[in-house]
Design a protein around this ligand. Structure first.
Ligand code: SF4
Length: 375
């Protein structure tokens, strides 16, 4: 069982907060597509098993490619790998790309799940972070996608946007309820280094994220989503009727995956490697027989830290009785000792050797996981 991630590095314009590798241009799209097809061939023996259970086209904005271009990618994948007939195949899409014509053409592809980058249903908030679409387009794109039979639908929302209010966030959640997607990914706005947002905040042109507002909106999310039967199964991810994102879930379960495209990460159970985040280098190196990448062998420390981090982020928690590796006994002892004080702060709970974050602890997931790291 394995997954494939494909990174499409183009966007119409750059969102202020974005630190993904993507270029605000549509030039080189044809050249990139040819290189991607080459890379699929070149990486055919990377995965320990060629049975593919999930394919995720992310970016960037994969919905900038036509259905016939996407079909060329799927045909090549099918030629090289064994794709399960029940594979989850997701396309990330921006609302402004999802016209009736485009959605209709997507029905000719094997895409069976859409992840729509809504972020907010309010124009003022969208404009403040330089999103390319309007709130109205976001609502219409979701309805249209459902009309065209894309029932397995995930939306992205961002909380803590300075231009948002408690009232507008409440309305965002009500609109979400009306639209009834099967999945939601909700993220806090963060000020990442080397983003336009970081520069604009430092110049005093935009407000920095407000932690208090972000916590309040996150709590509203936590209270509201169970009322509409959306279960939080990971810190940032919620699903209806068990429709967990198979692709992301396999990352958290340590299942190998192949990442294709510039900046894409791959994992084969022993090492991680990541393609260079450079478009012309990607195109040149794929033509010359192999894409440039960096690699790290995963030490036991790294594997422990990842196990702790991913376990704490999911609803399944960390089960000390079902550890996937032979980690040293003292690491478990240290874990239990640290866990004790965090349980006292009501950020963590334990049930028969299974440790999970409390509702309060979920907001501090990454920081808390760091408490259990070894080096
Ligand atoms: S659409 Fe996505 S990848 Fe593109 S700039 Fe915005 S956040 Fe980044």
């Amino acid at each position: 069982m394995s997954g494939i991630y494909i990174h499409i590095p183009f966007c119409k314009k750059k969102c202020h907060y974005c630190n993904f590798f993507s270029l605000a241009t549509t030039r080189y799209r044809p050249e990139f597509l040819e290189s991607l097809l080459l890379e699929i061939e070149q990486r055919k023996s990377y995965l320990p098993s060629s049975k593919i259970n999930s394919i995720y086209l992310g970016g960037g904005t994969p919905s900038l490619y036509s259905a016939s271009d996407l079909n060329r990618i799927f045909e090549k994948l099918e030629e090289v790998f064994e794709i399960s007939s029940s594979a989850e195949i997701t396309l990330e899409a921006n609302p402004d790309d999802l016209s009736a014509e485009y959605l209709s053409s997507l029905r000719s592809t094997s895409i069976n799940r859409l992840s729509i980058g809504v972020q907010s249903f309010f124009d003022e908030e969208l404009k403040s972070v330089n999103r390319v679409h309007s709130g109205k387009e976001a609502i219409e794109s979701v309805k249209l996608a459902q009309d065209y039979g894309f029932d397995n639908l995930s939306l992205d929302l961002i909380y803590g946007i300075p231009a948002s209010t408690i009232n507008s966030w409440e309305k965002n959640l009500k609109i979400l309820q009306e639209l009834q997607p099967t999945h939601l990914s909700a993220y806090s706005l963060t000020q990442e280094p080397q983003t336009a947002y970081d520069v604009l905040v430092k110049k005093g042109k935009l407000q920095a994220p407000n932690d208090e507002k972000a916590i309040q909106q996150y709590e509203m999310l936590q209270d509201f989503l169970p009322l509409i039967s959306m279960e939080q199964y990971e810190i940032s991810n919620y699903a209806k009727d068990g429709k967990y994102a198979q692709h992301n879930t396999s990352y958290w379960q340590g299942i190998p995956y192949l990442g294709l495209g510039p900046s894409a990460h791959s994992y084969n159970g022993k090492s991680r490697r990541w393609n260079k985040a450079h478009l012309s280098d990607y195109i040149k190196s794929s033509e010359n027989g192999g894409v440039s990448f960096d690699e790290e062998q995963l030490s036991l420390d790294n594997q422990w830290n990842e196990w702790v981090m991913t376990g704490l982020r999911t609803k399944w928690g960390i089960d000390l009785n079902a550890s996937p590796k032979n980690f040293p006994k003292e690491w478990y002892d240290l874990f239990k000792e640290k866990a004790h004080s965090i349980i006292n702060q009501e950020l963590l709970m334990e049930d028969n050797g299974v440790f999970k974050l409390t509702k309060k602890g979920k907001f501090f997931a990454d920081g808390l996981a760091g408490e259990f790291f070894v080096d």
